[in-house]
Design a protein. Structure first.
Length: 220
């Protein structure tokens, strides 16, 4: 067997090794010397890899291959029943940054019941969205205001803020929502957009006080 093929087999075996350090080195090797034959295995491994550092290296390795090859395959993963396959594919698409993937970022993914999938979809969406579609994206993201705990809410606020001033009509409307959690999150997001240095914890606590007093962002 030629040395090149031997190295390929060794790397492919390394990606499935029980030792995470071996898998990490294998993913690094694959990314260092990109080869189209690795793409399917990299994507397959992303769906099941338990170690965060290895997943990040797998994503990096995929970004080192041609987007003409990787993007269609990653889009296919967005239909997987496995949540990790969807979230990791979204994460990788956000790193590749090829806007041909934008039509695949569906409302279903942006509102996915799995928190990690939704968060990855938010991050990918703000990277890939065409400028003309930013207001519509802001509207979909705003339906998720009030969702989850602090880390989840911070992720959504960051995604909305990345879109800039285009979010203001939607977020301002949400500050009058019947649900106090939605109002709090909307007010905090609006304040962070105005003053990014304030920090999310400060913004959300301030928003809580405003809502408790029956006010809105304009009154705060």
């Amino acid at each position: 067997m030629p040395k090149e093929d031997t190295n390929t087999v060794r790397a492919l075996q390394g990606l499935a090794n029980s030792n995470s350090s071996v898998r990490l080195r294998a993913a690094l090797a694959v990314g260092t010397t990109p080869d189209p034959r690795f793409v399917d295995k990299l994507i397959e491994r992303c769906a099941t890899e338990p170690d965060f550092s290895v997943r990040e290296m797998l994503t990096w390795a995929l970004t080192r291959h041609s987007s003409l090859l990787t993007v269609p395959k990653l889009i296919g993963e967005l239909r997987s029943e496995r949540a990790q396959a969807r979230s990791q594919a979204l994460h990788t698409l956000s790193k590749i940054g090829d806007r041909h993937a934008w039509p695949a970022i569906t409302r279903a993914l942006l509102t996915d019941a799995d928190d990690e999938v939704a968060r990855s979809a938010w991050r990918a969406a703000v990277v890939l969205v065409p400028e003309a579609e930013e207001p519509e994206l802001a509207g979909v993201l705003a339906t998720q205001l009030g969702r989850g705990e602090r880390e989840m809410q911070l992720s959504l606020s960051r995604a909305l803020i990345a879109l800039g001033e285009v979010i203001m009509p939607t977020v301002r409307a949400a500050t009058a929502d019947l649900d106090p959690r939605v109002r709090q999150h909307a007010i905090a997001t609006e304040r962070l957009l105005r003053n990014p240095d304030a920090g999310f914890e400060f913004a959300i606590e301030e928003a809580k006080r405003i809502v408790a007093l029956g006010g809105t962002s304009q009154e705060g």
